[in-house]
Design a protein around this ligand. Structure first.
Ligand SMILES: Nc1ncnc2c1ncn2[C@@H]1O[C@H](COP(=O)(O)OP(=O)(O)OP(=O)(O)O)[C@@H](O)[C@H]1O
Ligand SMILES: [Mg+2]
Length: 327
């Protein structure tokens, strides 16, 4: 399998009047060609920061103090603006978390889509217009011509999401980053968008970094999963071992909180406590105050590193969850 994207030790913080927000701390992840890597984690854990880091779209108050983001053999953190502009939209594209506000409010949909096409190919305006229309109908729009003439405010959230998807997919990217592409959408539209993403992977051998907090989406889409907690990768694994043998107590809690069809009487235990203050992250494991597996070492030692426990399954924990059959 060929690796397409490798993130190494990525450390990103934001300067604020209250102090430095440590959004990503030594994050390492890898994504192969033709695979879907799902990133899960609760609100504020750094998921969007990760997406924006790859795209080179972080705001001005950002400091990237460490790390590399290797896309093939290009380090995206050190690539010049021309290289990034060329890659963005053509090879790497992003579906933003908030589609409606990511679109230009004062330009109709058609020109926005055509702009992406014209920036990355040598087709005529007419050709771009046709490509844009085709893409919109591929995204399930019944009347693409009409949508092309509309402004984002005139479209529903679901329609905006489809337009964003059309924009992200029109150049057939090698790497699609989708930040909560289906949150807030009804089930049918959610299924449709996930279906498009799967097609992109199958037909173009593309890779997808899919950000979601929905474990159902993870189960349906992921080849591999990265679990983020307070800006730290606490576990990475292929999807089946992750669901069958979650090793980090946080991953275990996330899965524990899922309703089960095969066990309707199961009590759903919400995770107690709250995530840590990202400005005052402790030197020890950030999950410690909420952890049911905490032991002495967790209180005395610095936070544990991500360590491989078996092929493609790594966990950052001194006292991982041991599966019941190994007790
Ligand atoms: N521009 C910024 N300036 C200051 N702090 C920021 C900025 N952007 C994000 N943050 C903070 O960085 C942390 C990570 O934010 P991020 O948006 O990456 O989280 P997330 O996992 O995407 O959350 P959600 O699930 O709510 O989208 C949060 O504590 C957030 O408040
Ligand atoms: Mg986010």
């Amino acid at each position: 399998m060929t690796e397409l994207l490798r993130i190494e030790d990525l450390t990103v913080s934001f300067g604020t009047s209250a102090g430095r927000v440590k959004a990503l701390n030594n994050v390492s992840l890898s994504l192969n060609e033709g695979e879907v890597l799902c990133i899960v984690g609760e609100s504020g854990s750094g998921k969007s920061t990760l997406a924006l880091s790859i795209m080179g779209l972080l705001p001005h108050n950002t400091e990237i103090s460490d790390g590399r983001i290797m896309y093939r053999d290009i380090d995206l953190l050190r690539a010049g603006p021309d290289t990034m502009r060329d890659l963005r939209g053509r090879e790497i594209s992003l579906v933003f978390q908030d589609a409606q506000s990511a679109l230009n409010p004062i330009e109709a949909i058609g020109p926005q889509l055509e702009e992406v096409i014209l920036a990355h190919s040598s087709v005529s305006l007419r050709g771009a217009n046709k490509m844009a229309q085709d893409m919109l109908s591929e995204m399930g729009m019944a009347d693409p011509k009409r949508v092309m003439g509309q402004y984002p405010f005139a479209l529903s959230g679901g329609m905006c999401q489809r337009v964003m998807m059309a924009m992200a997919l029109v150049m057939r990217p090698k790497l699609l980053i989708a930040d909560e592409p289906t949150s807030g959408l009804d089930v049918t539209l959610q299924a449709e968008i996930l279906h498009r993403i799967r097609e992109l992977v199958k037909e173009q051998n593309a890779s997808v970094l899919l950000i979601t907090h929905d474990m159902g989406v993870v189960a349906a889409m992921a080849n591999t999963v990265g679990v983020l907690y307070a800006g730290n990768v606490v576990e990475t694994a292929d999807v089946v071992p992750l669901f069958q043998r979650p090793q980090h107590p946080y991953t275990w809690s996330l899965l524990q909180a899922l309703p089960r069809l095969d066990d309707p009487d199961k009590r759903i235990e919400p995770l107690p406590g709250t995530p840590p203050d990202m400005i005052k992250l402790p030197p020890e494991c950030p999950f410690l105050p909420r952890c049911f597996k905490a032991q002495n070492q967790c209180r005395t030692d610095p936070k544990p590193n991500l360590v491989e426990i078996e092929g493609r399954h790594s966990v950052a924990c001194y006292n991982p969850v041991v599966p019941a059959d190994e007790n």
